[in-house]
Design a protein around this ligand. Structure first.
Ligand SMILES: Cc1ncc(COP(=O)(O)O)c(C=O)c1O
Length: 347
């Protein structure tokens, strides 16, 4: 049984989750203050808890993952700097060019299978003004995304993340982790969150994706970086007053919705294997490492596939004209997976 009533199986994203009755109850009862004045106890509790969970000095509650990434970039670069990210990263593809518009940075894009950058490519892409007769910009930030959304929810190895951070630091760069789905990575690998992010200078995490909170992300870093981010959050209008109502949802999510992500991963794999065995569809099974399933179909067929699935009550997103994405989250049951498999078979 689902916690929320719907006839549809909504696999468009894990952002579509709705707060469950139990989550709404803790939100309704949250003790609040004024977080712009710095005295909302529930926001303070969430920030302290997440900072401790990730083994860093401080955390800042912000409205969205996009703002957490924007503040990370703004607080750790200066105009004219360059950052490095994957060509399929959320920071590059889906944040409105904020690295340029807000921070005045250029971006060096790397490729790599399934949204994963190799340490060697990162090393080769770092450019510095010094020694180039000022031809080059100063690369000052390396941005890693784990899990990699447009890579199909794929995972970095711990060794690769450690090496990328070491390369960043050896070259006087900071390392930022877009961990919008870090808890999917934590559950999929069994690595503790603090160990996973040990060498990163800043981390963005989202409560509103697999964890099921309605709103909210955090930027986590050292005290000085968070103080700087706090200023920019203010200037961007990201201060929220009685935000404890939202922070309470985040605390609830951390208590109740982390371990259960393993169910989402198992359901994603089940869906992926079944659809891959059908004529006309293929799934890169090795890429199915967390809660996402990318299905390839014939060139030009994706729009019709989305339409046909929608007619059967299954909502997915087209990624290209020949591929679609299905994302498993806390409202998706085993029955929904069976129904989705049957719908693919009927297309
Ligand atoms: C990897 C990644 N980073 C950042 C974000 C941004 O989060 P938000 O939608 O809260 O701005 C998303 C959103 O889907 C994402 O997938």
């Amino acid at each position: 049984m689902r916690d929320y009533p719907s006839e549809r199986v909504d696999l468009r994203s894990d952002t579509v989750t709705q707060p469950t009755p139990a989550m709404r109850e803790v939100m309704a009862k949250a003790v609040v203050g004024d977080d712009v004045l710095g005295d909302d106890p529930t926001v303070i509790e969430l920030q302290n808890r997440v900072a401790a969970l990730l083994g860093k000095e401080a955390a800042l509650f912000v409205p969205s993952g996009t703002m957490a990434n924007a503040l990370a970039i703004k607080s750790q670069t200066k105009p004219g700097d360059e950052l490095i990210a994957h060509s399929k990263s959320h920071i590059y593809l889906y944040e409105g060019g904020g690295y340029a518009g807000i921070s005045g940075c250029s971006i060096a894009l790397l490729n790599g299978p399934r949204g994963i950058m190799s340490p060697a490519d990162v090393k080769a892409a770092i450019r510095k003004a010094e020694g180039s007769q000022s031809h080059f910009p100063d690369c000052s930030l390396i941005c890693v995304e784990n899990t990699a959304n447009m890579g199909g929810g794929s995972l970095y190895s711990q060794a690769a993340m450690d090496e990328i951070c070491a390369i960043a630091h050896a070259n006087d760069c900071r390392a930022h982790l877009d961990g919008a789905r870090i808890f999917n990575a934590v559950v999929a690998t069994g690595t503790e969150a603090a160990r996973m992010v040990r060498d990163f200078d800043s981390i963005a995490i989202c409560l509103s994706k697999g964890l099921g909170a309605p709103v909210g992300s955090l930027l986590i870093s050292d005290r000085a970086t968070i103080d700087e981010a706090h200023r920019w959050r203010k200037m961007l209008g990201g201060g929220m007053r009685q935000a404890g109502i939202l922070a309470a949802a985040g605390l609830y999510a951390l208590d109740h919705n982390v371990e259960r992500l393993a169910n989402d991963h198992a359901r994603a794999l089940k869906l992926a294997k079944s659809v891959n065995s059908m004529e006309g569809f293929s799934v890169d099974l090795q890429a199915v490492q967390s809660n996402m399933v990318f299905v390839d179909t014939a060139a030009g067929a994706a729009a019709d596939l989305v339409k046909s699935l929608a007619e059967q009550g299954i909502d997915v997103l087209a990624l290209t004209d020949s591929s679609i994405r299905a994302v498993i989250h806390l409202h998706i049951t085993d029955e929904d997976i069976e129904r989705t498999i049957a719908a693919f078979a009927d297309v």
